[in-house]
Structure formats: C-alpha cells, structure tokens
Design a protein around this ligand. Sequence first.
Ligand code: MIC
Ligand code: SF4
Length: 641
Amino acid sequence: MGMTIAQKIIKMHLVDGTMEKGTEIGLRMDQTLTQDATGTMAYLEFEAMGVPRVKTERSVAYIDHNTLQSGFENADDHKFIASIAKKHGIYFSKAGNGICHQVHLERFGSPGKTLIGSDSHTPTGGGIGMLAFGAGGLDVAVSMAGGAYYIPMPKMVRINLTGKLSDWVSAKDIILKVLSILTVKGGVGKIIEYAGPGVKTLSVPERATITNMGAELGATTSIFPSDEVTKEFLKAQGREADYKELSSDSDAVYDEEYDIDLSALSPMAAAPHMPDKVKTVEEFGAIKVHQCCIGSCTNSSYYDMMKVASILKGKKVHPDVSLVISPGSKQVMAMLIQNGALYDILSSGARILECTCGPCIGMGQSPGSGEVSLRTFNRNFEGRSGTADAQVYLVSPETAAVSAINGCFTDPRTLGKMQHIKMPGQFLIDDSMILKPAPEGQDVEILRGPNIKPFPIGEPLPENYAGATLLKTGDNITTDHILPAGSKLLPYRSNIPYYSNYCFANVDPDFPKRAKECGGGIIVGGTNYGQGSSREHAALVPLYLGVRAVLAKSFARIHSANLINSGILPLVFSDPSDYDKINQGDELFFPNLKKEVEEGQTITILNKTTGQTIKAESGVSGRQRDIILAGGALGNAKKQS
Ligand code: MIC
Ligand code: SF4
C-alpha cells in the first residue's frame, strides 16, 4: 500500500511502536527549537537529565517572545539560555534576529527531517516539508537528550488544492477557510497533508502560513510536499544542499479528504474570540477599525511584507488607526531596508516594531477598551491582546493593510489591480546573530539569575484521592485562560511561585487563593480543554497549586501530554453528559485511583456532595501510565536511574 508524506517520514524516524492508528509511537527528532518563554524551563529540565551535549543534528535556542527586558528578569533568563546553549551544543539566535519559526524556516528547515519545538506553531516547518511538532519543554528536553518523542499514531487527512488564488486572496484565507470547515477541534489526532495541483502555485512562505495555523485546528501537524518551489526557496537561502523531493504515493490512503478550489476563495476573517469563527471580509461589513497589526510567525515573511509595502506605497494610514508592523526576521527587515520598501511602509504612517512576536503575545500594543483590532496573527483568544474586551479579528496582511488605510474593515479586492510580488532569487544572508556553541568539552559558566526559581515536581499517585472541584469551566478553554502571558507576566516564566498568582486570572481571579486554601483539588473542563499554546506552565502552575487531576470532555493534544509529564492526571468523562453531575465546590472521591490507573481500568469517581457516581477514562499508554504513577516525567526518570 502506498504511503502519505507523513507516513514516509514517520517510518524513517520510528524508534518505538508500530504505525498503527491511535497506538503510541516514538520518533527520533533530527532538530529541536526553543523560544525564551518556554526555553528556560526546557533547559532546566534538560540540565536535570545530566546529558552533557545535545544528541540532535541541530538544536537552536531563539530569543523572540519577551525581548522588552523591562526588568532584570528577562535579561538574566536570556543570559541563562545563551550560556546553556553554548555549553551543550545548541545554536543561539539572539534577541532581534527574528521569530523562531520564521528564522528556522529561512536558515535551518530541511525537507524530510523531524523537528520538535517548545512552541505550538513549530508545524510552520511543514511548509518546507518537515514533520514538525509543537510540544511542552520537557518533551523537547528529552529529544535534545536523544530520547524519542511520543505521539499517538495520527490519522491522515488530505486537503486537495485545485485552481489558483485570485488577486488579493492569500494563504491566510486558505487556512481560515480550512478552519471554517474543520473548526478548532477538527485536527485533533490528525496530520493534515496538502496536495493537488494548487500546491505548486504557493510559495514556501505561503505554505508556512498554512501549516503554522494547523495548530489552531488542533492538528498533530501539517505538511506540504517538497518540490521545485521548495528547491528554489532553499537555493535562494544558499541551502540547496538541504533539498530533498517529497511527495505522497499515488495510492496513499487517507482517513479524510477535502477539496478546496483556490480560485473560488474570497478574503476571510475570524471574528472574536476564536480562530474558527470565520466569515468572508465582505460579510463582516465596514466595521470601524482602531488598530491593525501585521506580523507574527503566521504572516511576517519577506513576501508578506512586500505585499503590504506595495499597498501602503504613496498612501496614508487613516488618522484614527494605529498600524503596527513587525517583520519576522532580521533577514526580512534588512531586505526591506535595502530595496526601499521600508520607506514606503514608514511613510504611510505605520509604526515599525522589532522582529519579534510582539503584540501577538500581548507584549505591548494592547488595543484600547472595546476597540477593534485586525491582526494577521493566528490566535484571537479573549484577553490575549492584553485588553479583556478588545475585539480581535484575524485577517490576511492584504486585508489588514487596506483596512488601515480606509479606517474600516475593507475587502482588499476593492483596490483593483494587484501588483504581483516575486520571490527573490537570493535572500540576504547574514547569520551573525546566530551564535555557534562552544566546542565540546570547553568550560562554560552557566549564568543563573535570581528570577530562576525551582520548579515543582509531582508526587507519586496515591491509592485513593479526595479533593474539591476547584473550578468548573466551559468548552475550548485555552492555555491563555489557564495561564495568561503578556508583558506583565512573561518575565516570570522561570518563577512558578510568582506566576501561580495569575492562574485562571481572566476566568476566576480567586482560583489560586481557593486552590491553596483547599490544599489542591480537581479542575472540571468541557471539550478541547487546554487548546492553544504549548506552554507547560499551564500544567506546572496548577501542579504547584496542588491540582491532582483534570476531568474534561476532551483535551487538546499538547496540553494533555504536558499534564501527564507534570504528574497531573487528565481524565475524560466516559459519558460526556456526566459533566452536569459535578458543580464547582463539589467534593470528589476516587476510591481506587492507583489500582484503576495501574490496571488501565475505568476510573470511579464519587461525588460526595451529591451522592452520584461518575466514570472516567484515563486513556493513557503504558509509558504514560508509568509517568503518572511516578508523579511526572522527571520523577519517573529519577525512579528509573
Ligand atoms: C503562543 O503563541 O501562545 C506562544 C506564546 O508562542 C506559545 C508558547 C508560550 O506560551 O510560550 C505557544 O504557542 O506554544
Ligand atoms: Fe510568537 Fe505569536 Fe507565533 Fe506564538 S503565535 S510564536 S507568540 S508570533
């Protein structure tokens, strides 16, 4: 039987298990990446493993999320990461060099290779034919140490692209269309593969926009074939030697197939506060706009910026709009300066930010109260911008730029004829902000600032457990709900005790106090609990506050793995309607917890407040069972050593 692209890469990297749908497989990771907001924790965990040198082909540490350095905390954390990188064989991309996913695509991404990153948008690498996964820091640390990365063998989905995008319709509109079909839960447990004659009409950055937002589908990852377009991109980056052709076999079997005719698409937008609340820009009408932000790992490539510059050239931003633009990398910025496009952008009245995540993760540029912000980013979760009642829409760079000029939501097709942007035959290559590690064996001092506090380690699973329902949430709770980021909190990613004061801050600010008073307990959630980012802090902080289990209708993949790694048990209601049998504050009792987990049985839960019985499944693999029983992955590793 023929194979899909993903199956071929999986087969070449399989070190544990068999490629049977739903069963756990272990994959060798060729490359790893970290960013600063998750990196400190990942490297602390790597240090705890006692491995002197990374065992991957290439590992890179990026500083791109919090570069404000508004206090000593970040500056110190960045020094810690730099010194760890130097010592252990990791390349270090300095603050200002660009957003991890954009730089990785430009300088390191390689078709057919596996990549794991402590950031949920690592699947951006799928645009260049990599099998790239977002994961918690601990899983990345294990991969750096040479261990396998475990996932349930995913289902295969094929999205068949035909036709060609019309003028003013872009890659962002394709992925928004996919989100409107599959929703934010539709990709869970699946790898999305793009295929068909439409593929060759899309450049590598356009493909990367699409695979980037596969994270918003909840997909395990997304991937494009590697073809002549990929080869040209790599050649223009001076890396033709990294090229490898990749395509699926003609008789490959997919679990689901969808067709999208690119020529039939219109500019799209996702309404507040979910990436799948998609309609066409036209359908939204001329809503007044206060802010437009162009950038993020989704839409900050040279190609995107040139399209924006061509729209802004000779025009002025509307007096009531703030237009902020963050090019994705130093390479992009330098090329815009060199060819004069930055002048066109600047003269329009746009504000230029550093080449970082910036407003995407709430590092400034929070909109005013109730204001409308159009963003080319990938997430518009409530409060993520830093303003609780801001109305954030996700749009393409074209829609953002033209709306910034008009002061209201505008379909870019109203601009008439479009100037076509050509991909450069040669990118400007200057890797001077990527520092090479020290030679093996060289003495390197690790610089550890006072912001780095010890992280919590879970306790082995008790025979039975009694605890209060500390919180009951609805569906689609994001990690931004569980643990907000933004400029005020991002400096404390290495300081779990401090960060814990903000757990569920935008959902129920009393949660941390209540959790401490009750001596810990249980969280009850709806469907897709923990969607969004890969931040393992969304598990480590609840662990610090004494949370022992999360009982939900379903979980997002990365968060569920992070809970297990931390030693918190993710449990799924056997009957989803049992969700109604628990109220916040109810006392729950798990009479045979350890035995039932050990034996892979259904878990019995007694609601002592109402007298009702509830059943739940732990659904963990044998490997995960050992981790849970030991109280988390680090505890388990210690037990084994
Ligand atoms: C995000 O987009 O939410 C982040 C910030 O990049 C996160 C990682 C983090 O929380 O540090 C992600 O996507 O994994
Ligand atoms: Fe950075 Fe935003 Fe991309 Fe996350 S989604 S990596 S915060 S640009």
